[in-house]
Design a protein around this ligand. Sequence first.
Ligand code: NAD
Length: 523
Amino acid sequence: MTETEKILRAPADGRVLGEIVRHQREDLFQAVRRAREVQPAWDALPRSRKTECAERAARWIHRNAHRIAETVAACTGKTRVDALSTEVLPGATAWVYYARLAGKALRPRTLRRSSVLFLNKKSSLRREPYGVVGIISPWNYPFAIPLHETATGLLAGNGVVLKVATQVQPVGELIAEMIDDAGFPPGIFGLIHLPGPEAGPAFVESGIGKLFFTGSTETGKTLAGLAARRLLPVSLELGGKDAMIVLRDANLSRAAAGAVWAGVSNCGQSCAGVERIYVEKPVYDRFLRLLRARVSVLRQGPDGDWDADFGGLTTAEQKETVAAQLEDALRRGAVVTASSPEPAADPGGGLYHPALVVETDGYRGDLMSRETFGPILAVSPVEDAEEALRRANDSPYGLTASIWTADSRRARKLASRLEVGVVTLNDHLMSHGMAETPWGGFKESGIGRSHGLSGFHEMTREKVVVTERLPMMKRNMWWHPHSRRVYDGLMGALDMLFAAGPVGRIRGAFRAARLFGERFFRS
Ligand code: NAD
């Protein structure tokens, strides 16, 4: 069933992690078929049984936290602290949160009547699973990202088939183990290892009811095109070019520390990492001094003795992108004004890239406009908040952004003018770890939401059931045969609702009631 192709290596220290597994397209089809077979019984289980599985999954994460953090760190090059804080911990809390949310998210709702004309109708809205959902996830947060979607997908009553990025296959295997050990029914979850370009057409043709993709905007567009041919619903969590806005009254020390964490952790490879920093001129120099001081003491390395603040880039392609953007910026006037020290050793084969503060006043090229996905803090002074907003919004992306200021009322007003899916005030990036806050972008950063109630609802499709409360009535008012009398009766209904004065309304009500009476009794 599988053929082994290549060896997987840890980007931070080059050690062998295992063999790359490669399934075939038919394996995916089989996993989807199997999940479809068991899904109706899974969906029919009482919610408490599903919740028990979710709680066991959370406890499994607790028991295996160290193993997960080590595996995530080994596959990506990030530090274990990074893996634990941004993936393992939020993963465990997410299971519990979604288990509690399921009742509210899935409860059928009676819909309020829009008009007295529908007094005889009762409408309700319920949410049903898609059947089997497909999930394709990236390498940068290999445990947390697929976990949120897997958890909401399963708790909503779906089967799930997951493909993780090749570089993080061992993390995918841990997710499969978690689902298994938590007691979810065999077959309801499938893990498939396919190379990216093959995965798109295969998933679209596999029989899934919806595809959830997290990755680059480019791949997202390709997948949206493939899915469109079958009108397969998609949810797309794509790239970003996050702006951080520092206003003159901000706590600059906190802002500098926050910029470094959100811009450099995971070696800058966060979809919502800080990539552009716009600082009001009166505090620009002071902020830069603080930022430079923090960056110049960052420790980079393989994290063997818990002695690294950040690791290396995950792939060679990523290193090329970062280098090319930086070179372009430096050629066109940007200046590096601080750098983290060279790591003592580079056993991983050159995937380390120092964290840099780059001053980009006047430069508008790729480093300030395209996703960099590296440990580069590109900073630019602005006249005021208006210019900061204009420049932040001047981007094809719209994932998240942050505003740093002491004036939270003003910040909330400014937030409403940022064209992004998430705004954090005096913080950045961390809301991905909060299961309750919907996650997703505007513009080319994606379609749909993961996390929170919105993310849960993405795993369901709405069904409306409208019930006739007077089934003994022979006909509705607008049914055949049509005649002048029917027209007058319907016009009466309109007058009853909208005529200028009470007389017109009462007359209208009589005409409507006459038609209603006729239709009630005469066949
Ligand atoms: P990518 O698009 O190259 O790959 C993502 C996943 O898609 C991987 O599993 C890959 O194997 C698969 N893939 C690649 N080509 C495919 C194709 N043609 N059809 C189907 N699947 C395909 O992205 P990446 O380099 O793994 O991840 C980095 C990107 O992901 C960045 O742009 C980042 O901003 C984005 N991202 C977004 C979010 C978010 O929540 N918005 C989160 C994390 C990462």
